[in-house]
Design a protein around this ligand. Structure first.
Ligand code: CTP
Ligand code: MG
Length: 387
């Protein structure tokens, strides 16, 4: 039996108010979309899975895969439509014709469990449909245009979620005639319309299987995870010399001298990388990027910072914030601080509000005060999800 899955992620996530598609929200350090795909891949019950995305999100998706992993069952993404139903239909058409059972799932439901997945598949095998549902715990009233209120019998009410599983060919046919039906807010609706009924599946886990819709849902979802925090510090010094460029936090600063070193000698980023590696207890930059290695000669330290970030990510850590202090008598660094923060934020794929860069002089004291060199210190906080 071949089981396929359509994961719809082509919405705009307007109600979440993030300013980008909510399925890319980094929930406890991993995107909602990848958490959903991982949950669907767990246990190996689904053979192939097609993600449906808005065209403007393809690039973000491609960037996600090398960072967060690529579950083996993934097919290339397809482009969604202006409504959820159109997006589902696009995904259904991309599955193999010999698919027996198809699950349709919202990318915005990352807490789907293996029990829910196996339950809907089993029911779809027996009844041609298996729609995950839960008893309604609130009392539900129906109102009409005249303001008449009627209390519905809760015993007969069910709220439905995704995944919804179906016989593939039957669902494809139902969509072929109904994908443009404005009333089709879920897949079961079109199946009911085409075949007269659907089978509702009950399984444990529906209380947790919420659809992340508004900001409060995201905050509550974050609180479900446990975290471990680590701090780290870094310190570095480079000598100032003539005939070199002065690069600090990836910013090239006009000055009569530059810092001497094997790479671009970006002392500030070196301190930052050491702080990150220190917090994760992964050694230091000398170990990661030895200055005997010709590959690192003249290299931009932003490239090394990116690699350092990958190393801490691989160990399960993400950066919460960082604070870099550059100790430098001359030149004046104030005009460059904002761009330095931007460079780091872009490189670490974090928000600039989590990145601080400061500069100070030493009242002409010491080697920094005399202009013989520049030193930098950094402190970071890293976060690791432990469950
Ligand atoms: N979806 C889709 N194509 C659409 C609309 C929605 O693939 N044209 C997907 C969403 O990405 C989401 C799921 O359908 O995973 C459920 O929809 P919803 O929670 O409403 O998400 P959005 O439409 O993105 O959010 P909003 O309605 O707040 O804009
Ligand atoms: Mg929507």
């Amino acid at each position: 039996m071949k089981v396929g899955c359509v994961v719809v992620a082509a919405g705009r996530g307007e109600r979440a108010g993030l300013g980008y598609n909510k399925v890319f929200y980094p929930l406890a350090g991993k995107s909602v979309l990848m958490r959903t795909l991982d949950a669907l891949a767990a246990g190996g019950h689904i053979d192939i899975c097609v993600p449906v995305l808005n065209a403007c999100d393809f690039e973000a998706y491609e960037k996600l895969l090398p960072r967060e992993g690529r579950p083996a069952f993934l097919l290339p993404p397809v482009q969604g439509g202006s409504t959820r139903a159109r997006s589902v239909y696009a995904g259904l058409k991309a599955l193999d014709a010999d698919t027996d059972i198809v699950l349709v799932h919202d990318a915005a439901r990352p807490f789907v469990t293996e029990e829910i997945i196996t339950s809907v598949i089993k029911d779809a095998e027996i009844y041609a449909s298996g729609v995950i549902s839960a008893p309604v715990t609130d009392t539900v009233k129906q109102t009409d245009a005249d303001g008449h209120v009627r209390t519905l019998d809760r015993a007969y009410l069910r709220s439905v979620q995704t995944p919804q599983a179906f016989n593939y060919k039957m669902l494809l046919d139902a969509y072929a005639s109904g994908a443009d039906d404005a009333a089709a807010t879920d897949d079961a609706y079109l199946f009911e319309k085409a075949y007269g009924n659907v089978h509702l599946t009950e399984a444990a886990g529906t209380r947790d299987n919420i659809k992340l819709t508004v900001m409060e849902d995201f905050l509550a979802a974050e609180a479900r995870f446990n975290y471990e925090y680590r701090t780290g510090t870094g310190y570095d010094v480079h000598r100032l010399t003539e005939g070199r460029r002065l690069v600090l936090c990836g910013e090239c600063i006009p000055y009569e001298k530059g810092l001497l070193g094997h790479s671009d000698a970006d002392v500030a980023l070196h301190a930052l990388m050491d702080a990150m590696l220190g917090a994760a207890a992964l050694g230091d930059i000398g170990r990661l990027f030895p200055d005997t290695d010709a590959r690192y000669e003249g290299i931009s330290s932003l490239v090394l910072l990116e690699e350092t970030n990958r190393a801490i990510n691989k160990a399960g850590f993400t950066l919460e914030n960082c604070d870099v202090t550059i100790v430098c008598q001359r030149p004046k660094l104030a005009p460059y601080i904002d761009r330095m923060r931007q460079n780091i934020a872009i490189c670490l794929q974090t928000d600039v509000s989590r990145v601080s860069v400061k500069a100070t002089t030493t009242e002409r004291l010491g080697f920094e005060g005399e202009g013989a060199g520049i030193s930098a210190q950094a402190a970071v906080l890293l976060k690791k999800v432990t469950q």
